[in-house]
Design a protein around this ligand. Sequence first.
Ligand code: 13P
Ligand code: SF4
Length: 314
Amino acid sequence: MNNEQLIQEINRLRKEKNAVIMAHYYTLPEIQDIADFVGDSLALAQKAKTTVADIIVLCGVHFMGETAKIICPDKKVLVPDLSAGCSLADSCRAEDLQAWKTRHPDHLVVSYVNTSAAVKALTDVVVTSSNALKIINMLPEDKPVLFGPDRNLGGYINSVTGRNMDLWNGACHVHEQFSIERLVELMKQYPDAKVLAHPECKGALVKLADVVGSTKALLDYAVRSSATCFLVATESGILHEMQKACPDKKFIPVPPEISESSHPCACNECNFMRLNTLQKLYVCLRDESGEIHVDADIAKKALLPIERMLDMSK
Ligand code: 13P
Ligand code: SF4
């Protein structure tokens, strides 16, 4: 089937099965264009909570499907490719988090949403890059915090709030690759450009940014801003939505550290997100394959810190 036929079939199946297609900003442009809803991690979780669809097809990575399933245990949640993982989520195993907790019994555990359901089940409050700062600021100042797994997001929050949270030593392999040197060169080349950075980037890069925020926050800033040129330090999938929303503005992806010859597009891509293709989306809707299952006991425990996050984000 060509793309046109795939799109026709996907449209027929989603209607017939009362399915909603949700996609993260890092997915391929054709997936974002066909989705009923495109959002960041927080918006995807919020949308899952209110959807009336019978089936949620989550075009993103595994932990996003798990989060939707935990929020909507009675719905069928499908992910077009179950092998779409996340290097950051994989950096923190539940048993290792449990050992860390045991060593720090009086600490609150705050986990980034980029974690497995089992890690969330050991967590007091989940956060996303959209609400992490707000939620940490809502916690009692004298309460010590274990924050994981992203050391860059945690370090950024420590630097802004003056807190001294203990940080898990994990990072996203995509966001850590942006080259500070090449960003500085671009800043010289485009002196009027605004630098947009996701807080998963290294601290030294984040310090150069005009705006630090989740994918949605960066997109909103680009729309609102009177600037016409932006240097974007996050996964390049977001450029599709930025360019669609602001056709007259210029968006330049900050290149990774690896040489241009080994990375000809000079942009950073999350290979996991890009496993979501039209063909796989079609097959997943047709066969109701790629279903997410979460152990009932883990799901029950993981729901509490997710609900806490949703309440604290209001
Ligand atoms: P957002 O919270 O901006 O959606 O980020 C999710 C993510 O995986 C970033 O790498
Ligand atoms: Fe995980 Fe990084 Fe991909 Fe986000 S960009 S899903 S943190 S590997």
